[in-house]
Design a protein around this ligand. Structure first.
Ligand SMILES: [Zn+2]
Ligand SMILES: [Zn+2]
Ligand SMILES: [Zn+2]
Ligand SMILES: [Zn+2]
Length: 126
């Protein structure tokens, strides 16, 4: 059986078509974008998810720029995923999600810690 490879849309690495995540950048949707809330396939040109109705472009809480609901902010590169609080699940969730898409655990942590990119962390204090 031949193994077909396809480039990851996030980093370009050629990976197996049936891979569930990219081994290079860690993306869980290497071949297309998925709605972070209902996991339907989405496209950058869409405004609203047809599955759950969420907006697919949001204001980044770190830089204030408008970004697609990707794993990282288009503008500043902040990583938008947080870990499910259920220790036996631990699936990465979009920081705006109210519930884990894998196990349904409520994500009630008000201090959803986002990790700004290194360049932002090194900005000189005012
Ligand atoms: Zn990748
Ligand atoms: Zn959706
Ligand atoms: Zn940003
Ligand atoms: Zn979970």
């Amino acid at each position: 059986m031949a193994t077909y490879k396809q480039p990851c849309i996030h980093c370009g690495t050629l990976i197996d078509r049936d891979a569930r995540f990219c081994p290079t950048c860690g993306s869980q949707s290497p071949f297309g974008y998925l709605c972070p809330t209902c996991l339907r396939p989405i496209d950058r040109s869409q405004t609203i998810c047809q599955g759950c109705g969420r907006f697919l472009h949001i204001t980044c809480p770190i830089c204030g720029g408008t970004t697609f609901v990707d794993e990282r902010c288009d503008v500043c590169g902040t990583y938008f995923l947080i870990k499910c609080p259920n220790k036996r699940c631990g699936v990465m969730q979009f920081f705006q999600n109210e519930k884990c898409t894998a196990c349904g655990t409520k994500i009630k942590d008000k201090h959803r810690v986002l990790t700004p990119p290194v360049s932002a962390q090194q900005a000189p204090p005012k």
